[in-house]
Design a protein around this ligand. Sequence first.
Ligand SMILES: Nc1ncnc2c1ncn2[C@@H]1O[C@H](COP(=O)(O)OP(=O)(O)OP(=O)(O)O)[C@@H](O)[C@H]1O
Ligand SMILES: [Mg+2]
Length: 142
Amino acid sequence: MDNITNSFEETRKLGEEFARSHLARLKYGVIALYGDLGSGKTTFVQGLAKGLGIKRRIISPTFIIVRNYKLEVGSFYHIDLYRIQNEKDIESLGIEEIIKNPENIVAIEWAEKMGNLLPKKRWNIKFEYLDEDKRRITIVSS
Ligand SMILES: Nc1ncnc2c1ncn2[C@@H]1O[C@H](COP(=O)(O)OP(=O)(O)OP(=O)(O)O)[C@@H](O)[C@H]1O
Ligand SMILES: [Mg+2]
């Protein structure tokens, strides 16, 4: 599914709608987010969290790589691998265990750094910068 958004609000809304239509029913899932710095990944995750009923504000992680938000069942995890160097770091953060728990919903920025540790069944969301306020956001399930 191809979407063009014209503001950060629209991207946030898209994340919220995605959560409501796809995540509530599934109850779990891994969402792999791909795209350059400032392409809108965190903005989308803010919408995701809202759609999942999370009231706490989602902020762009600076040094914290893994953040946990309690859901009615399980947790929502926001993971940002920007600063990760190798798969050893991923192992030490316990990310594989987080993903394995079917009660968790896990959104991962810079998901390409997971290599083949990413589960085969997941959502892939690609963010492309078109101009200052315009992004192309492609959502595909695998
Ligand atoms: N259509 C749009 N969608 C999303 N963000 C937009 C859009 N137009 C402008 N912006 C701005 O672009 C920036 C996107 O930042 P955001 O933190 O979401 O990117 P990111 O992909 O998470 O970057 P990083 O890789 O650094 O974590 C914000 O400042 C936001 O206001
Ligand atoms: Mg980000």
